[in-house]
Design a protein around this ligand. Structure first.
Ligand SMILES: *[C@@H]1O[C@H](CO)[C@@H](O)[C@H](O)[C@H]1NC(C)=O
Ligand SMILES: *[C@@H]1O[C@H](CO)[C@@H](O)[C@H](O)[C@H]1NC(C)=O
Ligand SMILES: *[C@@H]1O[C@H](CO)[C@@H](O)[C@H](O)[C@H]1NC(C)=O
Ligand SMILES: *[C@@H]1O[C@H](CO)[C@@H](O)[C@H](O)[C@H]1NC(C)=O
Ligand SMILES: *[C@@H]1O[C@H](CO)[C@@H](O)[C@H](O)[C@H]1NC(C)=O
Ligand SMILES: *[C@@H]1O[C@H](CO)[C@@H](O)[C@H](O)[C@H]1NC(C)=O
Length: 461
């Protein structure tokens, strides 16, 4: 045939396309669907309205291959190899009973009666394992982040998964199936209202199983929990060092802690301020890494860095180069200056010394004096800011707030020990002042002796 017109060509093409479609539709409508459980038996019925049966043939079509199961011809029944023990024919109506089903028995079964193509019937058989109890678990359920709840069946193939939250059906578009065994429920921006009891019902043609899970959305991601812990520890450090700063100031002028003990208290207090500033700075950096940079965090970070440097230098000098400190004061009026400064750790606060004799310029001295109390205040303010933000973030989830009591108590106990030891030593010294006998005081006195000028006339008397 010659085609002279494109329209004719199109018609031919369409006809070519439509014919197979029509055939497929016929097959589809003729197809019966059956499901059965592994290990059970199934009776596949032959064509209904056939009164006289003289031949029957059953075939199994899986994929493209076709296997004859049995042939029946004038009372002569032949059952083929793998089916000998499992297949039974009801010769009166052409029905096939298939026993001990396996998953490999799934596929299309075709029966042809009386060798007539018209009297054939196809049945689609699905042999399924019953679904096992689904496993439910959640992934990444942190407030404001996207999370998911997963439902997986280990055994058997599930055709349908349905989800419920607190007994209410969830719309099917909230979840999707990844395979016959896994369904994922998405929580796009996890929030408090997503907390609750979720259940997943996995079912196939022969069975269903349901499992529930209590889902909680954590307010704080692990890094934010770290920020909280670090901030809390920073505040404890600051509080203990604040105690070390305030305590001597509150003592009466005459009984003030001084000498070697004062040196250790100063070094320890400055060291604590330095470490608490490092901790507060770290908390700020971790916070910004999670939440992005913000000016409200960067500015205190700069001041904290400043406090870290100053308090480190002071603590280092007081600990390892006390002579520098003494030198620094020796040219000054020591009798008046030392007792007055003794009250305030991070010593070169109010050195009434000659400007020219100092190893640091005068403004530096002043800044150092404010560094410790200022650092304590800064650490408390920035850490409180972080803790407030973290508490707000925590409120967006539904888990219990992190318990930091143990952390606070243990840190405080450990940090307070050296201060307590210093005070204990100091009080023993006070006792010695009356009784003139104490090892602590001896040490203190030896330090006093090393000073070019006696620090306190009371002591040497
Ligand atoms: C065919 O016959 C057998 C027994 O003769 C009977 O158990 C079965 O139900 C029949 N099947 C149909 C589809 O009628
Ligand atoms: C069986 O009955 C259906 C209608 O119920 C009919 O369409 C079909 O042709 C019949 N088959 C035979 C073999 O008589
Ligand atoms: C078809 O079924 C037979 C058993 O009836 C099995 O041995 C064979 O592996 C199956 N083939 C496919 C492609 O599933
Ligand atoms: C039955 O069929 C087998 C082979 O299919 C054949 O050898 C045998 O002669 C047949 N018996 C009768 C009685 O038709
Ligand atoms: C689970 O799903 C199956 C099939 O959809 C249904 O028959 C069954 O009632 C469901 N179970 C529950 C507890 O809703
Ligand atoms: C979920 O929590 C409720 C109470 O809050 C409890 O009664 C229930 O047993 C829990 N369910 C599971 C699966 O843990």
């Amino acid at each position: 045939m010659l085609l002279h017109h494109p329209v004719e060509l199109l018609g031919v093409l369409l006809a070519g396309l439509l014919v197979p479609l029509k055939q497929a539709a016929e097959v589809e409508s003729a197809l019966q669907r059956r499901v059965a459980m592994v290990g059970s038996s199934v009776l596949l019925a032959g064509p209904h309205n056939i009164t006289l049966i003289h031949s029957v043939q059953w075939e199994h079509l899986n994929g493209t291959a076709s296997h004859t199961i049995l042939q029946y011809e004038r009372h002569n029944l032949t059952i083929h190899m793998p089916y000998i023990a499992r297949a039974h024919l009801h010769a009166s109506n052409g029905s096939l009973l298939l026993e001990d089903l396996q998953e490999s028995d799934s596929g299309i079964y075709r029966v042809t009666v009386n060798r007539a193509e018209r009297e054939s019937l196809t049945i689609l058989l699905d042999v399924l394992k019953p679904v096992s109890h689904p496993q439910l678990w959640s992934r990444g359920l942190v407030a404001k982040a996207s999370g998911e709840v997963l439902c997986e069946v280990a055994e058997g193939r599930a055709d349908t998964f349905t989800w419920k939250k607190d007994g209410q059906m969830l719309p099917p578009d909230r979840s999707y199936h990844l395979s016959g065994s896994l369904s994922v429920l998405h929580l796009r921006v996890a929030k408090k209202s997503d907390c609750g009891s979720y259940s997943c019902n996995a079912s196939n043609g022969i069975s269903w199983q349901e499992t529930s899970l209590n889902v909680t959305v954590a307010g704080l991601s692990p890094p934010l929990q770290d920020v909280l812990r670090i901030s809390v520890v920073a505040v404890v450090f600051a509080a203990v060092s604040g105690w070390g700063i305030i305590f001597p100031v509150c003592q009466s002028e005459k009984l003030r802690i001084r000498g070697e003990l004062w040196r250790w208290l100063s070094a320890y207090t400055c060291g604590l301020v330095c470490i608490s500033s490092i901790l507060a700075g770290t908390a700020g950096i971790l916070w910004m890494r999670e939440e992005g940079p913000s000016i409200a965090v960067i500015v205190p970070e700069i001041f904290l860095l400043y406090v870290i440097v100053i308090t480190f230098l002071v603590a280092f000098t007081v600990t390892f180069q006390p002579t520098k400190l003494i030198q620094l004061k020796s040219t000054a009026d020591l009798i008046t200056s030392v007792p007055s400064h003794a009250g305030s750790p991070c010593p070169p606060v109010e050195a009434h010394s000659d400007i020219s004799s100092l190893s640091f310029p005068w403004p530096a001295q002043r800044t150092m004096g404010y560094a410790a109390p200022g650092g304590v205040l800064l650490v408390v303010v920035t850490s409180s800011f972080h803790m407030k933000n973290i508490h707000q973030r925590h409120e967006e989830g539904c888990t219990a707030f992190m318990d930091v009591t143990t952390l606070v108590v243990s840190t405080a106990a450990v940090l307070a020990l050296p201060i307590l030891a210093i005070f204990l030593c100091y009080h023993t010294t006070q006792g010695w002042l009356q009784e003139h006998d104490s090892s602590c005081a001896d040490k203190e006195r030896s330090f006093e002796m090393s000073l070019p000028i006696s620090m306190d006339p009371d002591l040497t008397s």
